[in-house]
Design a protein around this ligand. Structure first.
Ligand SMILES: Nc1ncnc2c1ncn2[C@@H]1O[C@H](COP(=O)(O)OP(=O)(O)OP(=O)(O)O)[C@@H](O)[C@H]1O
Ligand SMILES: [Mg+2]
Length: 494
């Protein structure tokens, strides 16, 4: 193996956005055939660093060499120069919704070009089908990308990058929307390509994944490298978390504020999660309770949550509140890029969308003073870090985008919060903050429904866990269940 030769060398990379110094003189080296994890908390500069590498963002200072191409930062983008050397799967999905799967996968791939720059649609479809088969994907090459679920879309982007035949591949939070089975498929492919000498830069907030696929780790904090090229074997989760945070990270424990004697805030009565369900499910949320819906992908936990949130109509049965009318619900949707925020609008506008009527005066005009103070309060409550409330949400780091989505969900003073994958793409420190926020809401008497695939997250939050499988509630844990109980229940149905 030629593990010892660098394929990417970046020296003294700095980047400033307005008043934010995202990178402060970073050195970063990637070897041939290595999977290099780039870690750091939200806003540390990971996405910015890899974007300067792939030429999406021009750095202010420094030099970059990728394979045989060397670039000196002069503010000019150079993506075209290194097209054949690098593929970049970005944190925010980039598929074209109105193009087909085959077009998304192969439109830019030279292998489908005929003479005179024409594209062979036949070749494109044949290659797309072969690729879909290789990845065990049961979708049509002719389907429109916009019709697919978040996991499938993410997998398509990864497949596209991996099939381009380039020596360096950047994966920026590739598993955020993937199921466990899809994750394993990805890891297998990464390992196979690595054996061929391909190099990966792997960004993730899931440290277990890092230990599964990565060889080397570099950690960024506030735009600086705090650990450079450490072998993964010399690290453990606690060490990494401490380096990321710059301090010891305290793990919180769950607390129970459930008011059992009060009437339920929200109730599902005989609700059909699937069209074919013979028996509907019964489910209720008490004031002060944090209940987690868990179980395999497609088992129905998301569908039930969306029904509880009033976003999906049950196939049978009904959803009702304590006095027969529905409570106000704050929703944190599962795919923040698709339905959580509007990127080009600022933090203030994105949050205020959640409670327009509350912020309007008598004539229906928005009361600007009220809006500014309410949004400012919510941004503080959710710990949003932005240069100002007017900063476009597309410019925020992934973790801060998610906090904006939380603030929006709370804008209407909900009685129940329904949060799907609430800490996806959120770093360990911000996770603790969001957990504390949810607990605080529960202590004030709100009901909280969390949909999650993460055992740690559930164990830290939920007073009750309900496993949803094939549209039924198949198991329940209450009170002081242990991590072992939880893992057994969660694995038991798969
Ligand atoms: N286009 C932009 N305009 C203004 N500020 C930006 C822009 N892109 C990034 N930033 C800022 O630069 C800093 C680093 O952001 P970056 O996206 O690189 O973080 P990250 O480490 O990828 O975080 P996360 O894990 O949350 O994705 C943040 O403060 C972010 O708000
Ligand atoms: Mg990022």
């Amino acid at each position: 193996m030629e593990n010892k030769r660098p394929i990417v060398e970046m020296r003294n990379i700095s980047k400033t956005f307005g008043s934010t110094r995202a990178l402060k003189g970073v050195d970063f080296t990637v070897m041939h055939g290595e999977v290099h994890a780039l870690l750091g908390r939200n806003g540390a500069g990971k996405s910015t660093l890899v974007s300067t590498m792939s030429g999406l963002v021009a750095s202010d200072t420094g030099t970059i060499r990728i394979a045989d191409t060397e670039v000196v930062a002069n503010g000019q983008p150079y993506a075209a120069k290194i097209r054949d050397d690098i593929a970049h799967v970005q944190q925010t999905p980039q598929l074209f919704n109105l193009l087909t799967v085959a077009e998304n996968l192969f439109l830019e791939n030279p292998s489908v070009q005929k003479r005179f720059g024409l594209v062979s649609h036949n070749r494109m479809r044949t290659q797309a089908r072969a690729l879909l088969e290789k990845w065990n994907m049961d979708i049509r090459a002719e389907a429109l990308a916009g019709e697919l679920g978040a996991g499938t879309r993410q997998l398509l982007e990864i497949m596209k990058a991996l099939s381009r035949g380039v020596p360096v591949i950047i994966l920026d939070e590739p598993t955020a929307a993937l199921s466990n089975a899809e994750k394993h498929l990805l890891f297998e492919q990464v390992k196979a390509l690595k054996a061929l000498g391909i190099s990966f830069i792997y960004i993730s907030h899931h440290l277990d994944e890092v230990f599964e696929v990565a060889d080397t780790v570099t950690i960024l904090r506030d735009g600086l490298v705090v650990k450079e090229r450490e072998a993964v074997g010399n690290l453990n989760v606690e060490l990494i978390a401490d380096l990321m945070m710059g301090e010891k990270t305290a793990r919180s424990v769950r607390s129970d504020h459930t008011r059992y004697d009060a009437p339920a805030l929200l109730r599902a009565i005989g609700v059909g999660i699937y069209p074919v369900a013979e028996l509907g499910v019964d489910f209720q949320v008490q004031p002060g309770e944090i209940v987690a819906l868990a179980g395999p992908v497609g088992g129905g936990k998301e569908a039930l949550a969306m029904m509880l949130a009033g976003q999906l109509t049950p196939y049978k049965g009904k959803i009702t509140g304590a006095d027969g009318s529905l409570p106000t619900i704050g929703l944190v949707p599962t795919d923040r890029h698709a339905s959580g925020y509007v990127g080009m609008l600022g933090v203030r506008e994105n949050v205020a969308i959640g409670g327009l009527d509350l912020l309007s005066g008598r004539l229906g005009f928005i009361n600007r003073e009220k809006e500014a103070s309410h949004v400012g309060h919510l941004a503080t409550q959710t710990n949003v870090i932005a240069s100002s409330l007017e900063q476009a949400v597309s410019q925020l780091s992934g973790g801060n985008q998610q906090k904006v989505v939380f603030a929006r969900a709370l804008c209407h003073n909900p009685q129940v919060v329904v949060a799907l994958s609430p800490t996806r793409g959120v770093d360990v420190g911000a996770k603790e903050q969001l957990y504390a926020l949810l607990r605080d809401l529960a202590s004030k008497g709100l009901g909280v429904v969390v949909v999650s695939d993460e055992e740690d997250e559930i164990a830290q939050l939920a007073n009750r866990v309900v496993i949803v499988f094939e549209g039924k509630l198949v198991a329940e844990l209450r009170g002081d269940y242990t991590m072992k109980d939880l893992i057994l229940r969660m694995e038991g149905v798969i």
